[in-house]
Design a binder for this molecule. Structure first.
Ligand code: HEC
Length: 168
């Protein structure tokens, strides 16, 4: 029995020592220019999914109208566009230098129009650690975070008023 526990203990110890040596010898590069690690995306996706939990079932308490979409566009332009880009604009140098790259939320293939608004709201509120995505809990009000969430949920069908809010 003692030998059994000793075996398990040394296996655990070897995993820790191995992990330490791997990291210590540069096995995990933190350069944004380095290639992704094996399983990096899978593990990050799983952890994010678990962190969001049931928050995705939260509905947007605001009424869908032009005023809220225009307010959302103004907030987006000020706080999000530097990383996530704006309609008809090329990606910024900042966005091109980040890893993971910030999705371009007004490019068809990156839009989050199909995500539940509760999920987008959670991300805008809490941010995504080790990715560069900031949490805006302390800098934008609940209403502002729901307005920008509404904007992103309707990114493919914005009224003229919201579209022109990007221009000025
Ligand atoms: C400093 C750069 C930066 C800023 C500013 C920023 N983000 Fe992000 N954001 C990111 C990055 C990087 C990711 C990708 C994270 C990942 O891959 O896990 C991201 C991810 C997201 C996602 C998830 C997209 C998807 O495809 O699932 C949403 C939604 C989002 N951001 C919304 C916002 C909103 C709203 C704002 C402004 C209030 C904002 N972000 C500001 C860097 C930024």
């Amino acid at each position: 029995m003692r030998a059994f526990f000793f075996g398990i203990l040394s296996a655990i110890l070897m995993i820790f020592v191995g992990g330490y040596l791997f990291v210590r010898s540069g096995g995990i590069s933190l350069a944004t220019t380095a290639a992704p690690l094996p399983f990096e995306e899978k593990v990050a996706r799983m952890a994010l999914h678990a962190s969001i939990g049931t928050a995705g079932s939260q509905h947007n308490p605001l009424t869908l109208n032009d005023d809220n979409l225009v307010a959302g566009a103004t907030i987006y332009k000020q706080h999000c566009a530097v990383c996530h880009g704006a309609p008809e604009q090329p990606p910024t140098a900042i966005s091109k230098g980040m890893f993971p790259p910030p999705p371009q939320l007004f490019e068809k293939e990156d839009m989050v129009t199909d995500d539940p608004e509760g999920v987008t709201y959670w991300k805008a509120t809490h941010g995504i650690r080790l990715s560069g995505m900031p949490g805006f809990q302390n800098s934008l009000s609940d209403t502002q975070r729901w307005q920008v969430t509404m904007l992103l949920a309707h990114a493919d069908k914005l009224p003229q008023s919201a579209q022109s809010a990007f221009a000025h």
